[in-house]
Design a protein around this ligand. Structure first.
Ligand SMILES: Cc1ncc(COP(=O)(O)O)c(C=O)c1O
Length: 383
């Protein structure tokens, strides 16, 4: 039936008013700016200027489904996404046949990787260290996979003897082991060759190693550590967050596997490709932001960012130690472990704390001036 509404012309669209920030959002922005000035506790770089990309905000950029095929939706950045993926595949020495996509974060990337592992191995057990990120047991739960926690050394690295003992008890079952490349609290790096050796010694024949390299993968690979990457003998899959090492203003991650995507991914007529991803609709903006971050600096500049961040972490450890404040740092880490700050100082410099240790993280953008201010505040509080 035809309604009156259908016969009437659509109402005139009111002319767009210049947009202003809602007063409440202005308050939120002020709070965020203030917090940003002293955020040295959480992993996000601040040295890359993303404001040249604001024209992209005027468009709803969506990259649905498999990034290997352009979708029907025309406002996509799949071409940019493919460049980003190829950059990381080269960094992580993937051979022909690799697959991947830009996910919402490493949490999704790990879920996707464990899903690939489950499809290949059928009924595996997931092993992860007690220092692994909480997203790892969550992914196992979501996928209905049994998961076993393995011990960690005091500095945060996996206890390989414990892995071997636990895997040996289940030697007839396939094993998916999640190696953390930069643990959340101490930035310890699990050793993939040691994990492989433990599984061999335990008599486990069918394996998949997933590298959760959310923070530490890029700086490690950029400065020549490759034992966890996608080269044969390394990991089967890897995930790296974009909003951490590159500080993209929206969370995102690169998830890559040394293997082809799931064979059961069928063509979806509506989007014009197969949905090999967990998320489906994905932020086209993420690809643009990451490509901007990767091309802002040539490779030598990318390495310099790593060296500067590590040097700042070394400076922070020395300054705190000189004040008699207990602290330590894993080799090459940008993370410095320290005893919790007095309350008055912690209000200004909020740092995460676990088992009586806090950490600060000298991400690119954190300078010696930040450390000097923190140490001056600390000195004032303990004098
Ligand atoms: C080791 C590790 N894995 C995974 C994550 C989760 O990453 P995302 O925020 O990209 O989901 C984090 C975040 O802190 C992490 O440190």
């Amino acid at each position: 039936m035809i309604s009156a509404e259908m016969l009437c012309p659509p109402p005139e669209v009111a002319p767009a008013r210049p947009s202003r920030l809602d007063p409440y959002l202005s308050e939120v922005l002020a709070r965020i700016r203030a917090a940003d000035a002293t955020n040295i506790g959480y992993q996000r770089a601040t040295d890359i200027d993303y404001t040249p990309l604001t024209p992209f905000f005027g468009h709803m950029l969506n990259n649905p489904g498999d990034p290997r095929v352009d979708p029907l939706y025309p406002l996509h950045t799949m071409d940019v996404e493919r460049r980003v993926l190829a950059w990381f595949a080269r960094l992580f020495r993937a051979e022909r046949g690799w697959s991947g996509y830009l996910a919402t974060g490493s949490t999704e990337g790990t879920l996707h990787s464990l899903r690939l592992a489950r499809a290949k191995l059928i009924d595996p057990i997931v092993y992860y260290s007690s220092a692994a990120h909480y997203s790892v047991p969550k992914a196992a739960r979501v996928l209905g996979l049994p998961a076993i926690a393995v011990g960690a050394e005091p500095h945060g690295e996996m206890d390989y003897a414990d892995l071997q003992a636990k895997a040996a008890r289940n030697r007839s079952r396939a094993a998916v082991v999640v190696a953390t490349i930069g643990t959340t609290m101490t930035e310890a790096i699990d050793c993939v060759p040691a994990i492989r050796a433990s599984l061999d010694a335990a008599g486990v024949a069918r394996t998949w190693i997933h590298a959760d390299a959310a923070l530490g993968g890029a700086p490690a690979a950029l400065t020549g550590r490759h034992d966890f990457d996608l080269h044969p003998g390394g990991s089967d899959s890897i995930v790296v967050s974009g909003h951490k090492w590159w500080g993209t203003p929206i969370p995102c991650a690169v998830t890559l596997a040394a293997h082809r995507p799931l064979a059961d991914s069928r063509l979806v007529a509506y989007i014009g490709n197969a949905d090999t991803t967990i998320a489906g609709s994905r932020a086209g903006l993420a690809a643009v932001l990451l490509w901007h971050a990767l091309t802002e600096h040539p490779l030598a500049g990318q390495r310099l960012r790593v060296q500067k961040a590590r040097a700042t972490a070394g400076y922070a450890r020395r300054r705190l130690a000189a004040k008699g404040w207990a602290c330590w740092r894993n080799p090459d880490a940008v993370t410095v472990m320290l005893r919790p700050l007095p309350d008055a100082v912690a209000k200004q410099w909020p740092l995460p704390t676990e088992a009586d240790w806090s950490h600060l993280i000298c991400m690119p953008g954190v300078t010696t001036a930040h450390i000097d201010r923190l140490v001056a505040n600390l000195e004032g509080a303990i004098r």
